[in-house]
Design a binder for this molecule. Structure first.
Ligand SMILES: [Zn+2]
Ligand SMILES: [Zn+2]
Length: 168
């Protein structure tokens, strides 16, 4: 079932006007969510947001979990992700915008969804494996070899069966 893309929004307007060094704790606890093109089962973490000269410095860890497809056996499996965040959100009017920085809206809202999406994408392996020693699929019959040997394998190793097959 497709889920609607979300914004993970926090009202940080109190920090936009506060002196440097003031901070807020932002609790992330949501899911399942679809971050544009990325579906996650949950997002959980605690982020510390500190007022700095350019805006807000966000620091903390967010835990998540995705469902991936193993490149060898094609089974789906759950993949845990922990992203360590350290990111500046620029507050308009607080000097020049740091290159590539996310922006706090004029009304003082911060959306963490694009940042989390980006960081989780980076954590996904290019070739996901359900386990390091996944045996994959038999190239002959397509059986999942993690569940046990397939028929072809026995035929190959048993010379008597091979001889019988040749006779038939
Ligand atoms: Zn596998
Ligand atoms: Zn086979």
């Amino acid at each position: 079932m497709p889920l609607k893309p979300v914004a993970i929004r926090f009202d940080v307007s109190i920090l936009t006007k506060s002196p440097l060094g003031f901070s807020l704790t932002l609790d992330v606890d949501t899911g399942p969510e679809t971050l544009t093109d990325l579906r996650v089962n949950f997002l959980r973490g605690t982020i510390h947001a500190v007022r700095i000269r350019e805006g807000l410095l966000l620091q903390g860890t967010v835990h998540s979990q995705l469902e991936l497809e193993c490149v060898r056996c094609l089974e789906h499996f759950l993949f845990p992700v922990a992203v360590e965040l350290e990111e500046i959100f620029w507050i308009p009017g607080s000097g020049p915008r740091p290159e590539g920085a996310y922006v706090v809206s004029d009304s003082g809202w911060l959306d963490m969804a694009p940042l989390l999406r980006e960081q989780i994408w980076v954590a996904i392996p290019m070739k996901p494996l359900c386990r390091p020693d996944c045996k994959g699929l038999c190239p002959n019959c397509g059986a999942n070899l993690n569940l046990g040997p397939c028929e072809c394998e026995t035929t190959d190793v048993d010379p008597r069966l091979a001889a019988l097959k040749a006779m038939l």
